[in-house]
Design a protein around this ligand. Structure first.
Ligand code: HEC
Ligand code: HEC
Ligand code: HEC
Ligand code: HEC
Ligand code: HEC
Length: 222
């Protein structure tokens, strides 16, 4: 009886040991898959989220600028501030003198406007705006050719900046020193909007599409 019971016990022990072994086999291959997935997710996180964060340093504009308020406040829309001179050159970001007519002194309580008036208008100091679309010095770009001749919208290359209520954060690539607007929002190179990136190939692609010709190196490099 006792032997039988022992045998039974052993049997059940064996049986359960067998099951355990089988279970262990399953869970160790499960662990391998789990480790693989954890590793994959970790490298994706590093590659897609951590690396871009490390690659770009983030800077705020010296003054937060509200385009919506201003496009309403001025008479001629964008051109009141971003205009073409007689010789066809583009004025770019407005100079302080274009602001002083309205901001001789602060008109409201907005701390941002008070800072602007106290630190720049009163001291007659130009605001050191950061330029999101700034290309390397070796690149020649002409606004007149695109805006006047090719009749392109600002937003095609810049995105909806003219409709923004705040200046976006400027992201500078620590390796190249370029703005993130040149090398692209998405590190994989995926481009959803025409303005997501403005590298050499992006300029040339549109030129080829519009004119059937990629252009010579000297079209864009002087
Ligand atoms: C009252 C003057 C004013 C008016 C009007 C104005 N802007 Fe601006 N714009 C600025 C200032 C100042 C900056 C720099 C601050 C910034 O980038 O937020 C700027 C920056 C920009 C930039 C960023 C350029 C870069 O690469 O850094 C774009 C694009 C732009 N404006 C487009 C527009 C468009 C489009 C309109 C019309 C819908 C417009 N602006 C109307 C003053 C103006
Ligand atoms: C045609 C008049 C006009 C011109 C030109 C103008 N502004 Fe303004 N600005 C306003 C008005 C109106 C407001 C809204 C009322 C207020 O806060 O004073 C405003 C508000 C502001 C504010 C605070 C609001 C916010 O959300 O940031 C700042 C900063 C500012 N302007 C900067 C500038 C700069 C820089 C320029 C020159 C590139 C400029 N303004 C040119 C009329 C003007
Ligand atoms: C074909 C693309 C394209 C179009 C269209 C375009 N831009 Fe630009 N913009 C650029 C590029 C590229 C730069 C940088 C130029 C450089 O670094 O030499 C720039 C620079 C600027 C700057 C900063 C220039 C500076 O040095 O102060 C402003 C402001 C600006 N653009 C506003 C506008 C406005 C407003 C419009 C519409 C009227 C417009 N852009 C249309 C591509 C474009
Ligand atoms: C979405 C389309 C588009 C994009 C993006 C674009 N261009 Fe162009 N570009 C044109 C078209 C169209 C013309 C022809 C204009 C004309 O001569 O009628 C042109 C003309 C030019 C010219 C010749 C101007 C002249 O005086 O002969 C230069 C230089 C140029 N582009 C540089 C650039 C650079 C640099 C970039 C990128 C930073 C760029 N373009 C991005 C469409 C584009
Ligand atoms: C349609 C305009 C365009 C044409 C044509 C073009 N480039 Fe570029 N190139 C650019 C722009 C914009 C940049 C800056 C953005 C980038 O690095 O992609 C650039 C960057 C470069 C750089 C890197 C410079 C730096 O400081 O990072 C080199 C080198 C270069 N181009 C060489 C050439 C050569 C060689 C050709 C002829 C085969 C050529 N490019 C034709 C627009 C152009």
């Amino acid at each position: 009886m006792s032997t039988k019971e022992n045998a039974k016990d052993e049997n059940t022990e064996n049986g359960s040991a067998d099951q355990d072994n089988k279970g262990r086999g399953d869970s160790s291959s499960g662990f391998i898959i789990l480790f693989f997935i954890v590793g994959l997710v970790a490298s994706l996180v590093v590659g897609w989220i951590v690396f871009p964060k490390l690659l770009y340093s983030r800077k705020k504009q010296p003054i937060d600028f509200n385009h919506v308020i201003h496009v309403e406040a001025v008479d001629e829309g964008c051109e009141s501030c971003h205009f073409f001179r007689e010789d066809g050159t583009f004025s770019g970001i407005p100079k302080l003198e274009q602001c002083t007519d309205c901001h001789e002194e602060a008109q409201g309580e907005d701390p941002n406007e008070i800072k602007f008036v106290e630190e720049y208008v009163a001291k007659e100091k130009e605001v050191p705006w950061l330029i999101y679309s700034r290309q390397p010095d070796c690149v020649f770009f002409s606004h007149v050719a695109h805006v006047k001749m090719a009749k392109m919208d600002c937003a095609t290359c810049h995105g909806p900046v003219g409709e923004s209520e705040h200046s976006k954060v400027y992201e500078k690539n620590r390796v190249t020193g370029y703005s993130r607007d040149i090398w692209g929002k998405n590190i994989s190179g995926f481009k959803k909007n025409t303005y997501d990136r403005m590298k050499m190939d992006d300029c040339a692609q549109c030129h080829e599409k519009e004119t059937g010709d990629k252009g010579s190196c000297f079209q864009c490099h002087k």
